[in-house]
Design a protein. Structure first.
Lengths: 184, 152
């Protein structure tokens, strides 16, 4: 880390190699577009290299770099604000039809199909959440971050993290229950 | 659904390590939700692009940014951009010309703006209030404005 901070490009490349998959996955989850995620992942590391001399190492490298990535993502989201990421970036390009969305009718009898449908319904419900809600759920459930880590990453107070996470989960439940046809 | 306080307690309990569906229904609901989200995201987890492809893009952008910075530094702004490599004194004739135009304008328009701003106002006290009659001498339409000031 120190070598990278002191301008060692090879050391920085090693750091990037360690974290880019994770950053790309989170950006894909937040933006719902692999192309946008790749673009933002590259831009994240460009900004990181340029800002590395200012990195004070009070937080972990991942937290710092994730913060750059999410700022870029939310900046772009604000600039091209529409109904959401999916519509914004993927309109007309291989939009996936999500079976069961908006319906309360029973799912297919085959359990495997039903399970797949259920996953699609959950993803579709996540897509409908506000980006801030989707992000905090993904940080907690997918990245497995603790409240403290989320607080540090998002620059929020612990109370705000808990409250936002609670609201996000309640909203997700509210969307999901009628679609899955059962209580969660 | 449950109240916010109970819900929050259940969420905190569900987020503790080892929380399971065997706990209270409220806690179990959060655990179930987590399992659903994890399963859904894992099923659709993207394969990261090849590292070298990603890194090539990063290096290309860094090079482009560096070029842009060099151009920005080299590019003069303000008076320097206007003058290029010419000395500052070349602006003197331009300044003299501007001053001549401004002075010429003032000289040519002096005295031409003798507008009569006078107007006559009469007033009458009526039972219902004051009546003001106003006639603007400069108004060629000869309009008379009558004001009724209701002081009530």
């Amino acid at each position: 880390m120190l070598a990278a901070k002191n301008g060692d490009r090879a050391a920085f490349k090693t750091l990037v190699e360690r974290y880019y998959g994770r950053i790309h996955r989170m950006l894909t989850a937040v933006t719902r577009s692999e192309d946008v995620a790749l673009d933002l992942t590259q831009e994240t590391f460009v900004r990181a290299i340029e800002a590395l001399p200012d990195f004070n190492m009070t937080s972990s490298f991942y937290t710092w770099i994730y913060r750059i990535a999410r700022n870029l993502a939310f900046d772009r989201f604000r600039r091209k604000k529409t109904a959401g990421w999916q519509k914004e970036y993927d309109d007309g390009i291989d939009l996936k039809v999500v079976p069961g969305v908006g319906q309360t009718v029973p799912l297919e009898p085959s359990r495997a199909v039903a399970a797949q449908q259920s996953l699609d319904v959950v993803r579709a419900a996540l897509d409908e959440l506000r980006p801030e809600y989707r992000e905090i759920i993904l940080l907690r459930e997918v990245e497995d971050m603790s409240y403290e880590e989320i607080s540090e990453t998002l620059g929020l107070k612990m109370g705000t993290v808990m409250s936002r996470l609670f609201q996000a989960r309640m909203r997700l439940r509210e969307i999901l229950e009628p679609r899955l046809g059962r209580r969660l | 659904m449950f109240g916010k306080k109970r819900g929050m307690q259940a969420m905190l309990a569900a987020d503790r390590p080892g929380a399971s569906r065997d706990a209270t229904p409220e806690v179990a609901a959060f655990v179930a939700l987590r399992e659903q989200v994890r399963a859904a995201e894992a099923a659709a987890a993207p394969t990261p692009p090849p590292f070298e492809l990603m890194w090539t893009g990063v290096e290309a952008r860094l090079a482009a940014n560096a070029r842009e910075r060099v151009e920005t530094v080299a590019k003069p702004t303000g008076w320097r951009a206007l003058l290029g490599h010419r000395p500052v004194w070349v602006l003197a004739p331009v300044g003299a010309l501007v001053m001549a135009v401004v002075l010429g304008y003032f000289v040519s328009t002096a005295g031409s703006g003798d507008v009569d701003n006078r107007c006559y106002v009469d007033s009458y006290d009526a039972a219902s209030g004051t009546i003001l009659v106003e006639q603007d001498l400069d108004d060629r339409s000869g309009v008379t404005v009558i004001w009724h000031l209701d002081e009530g």
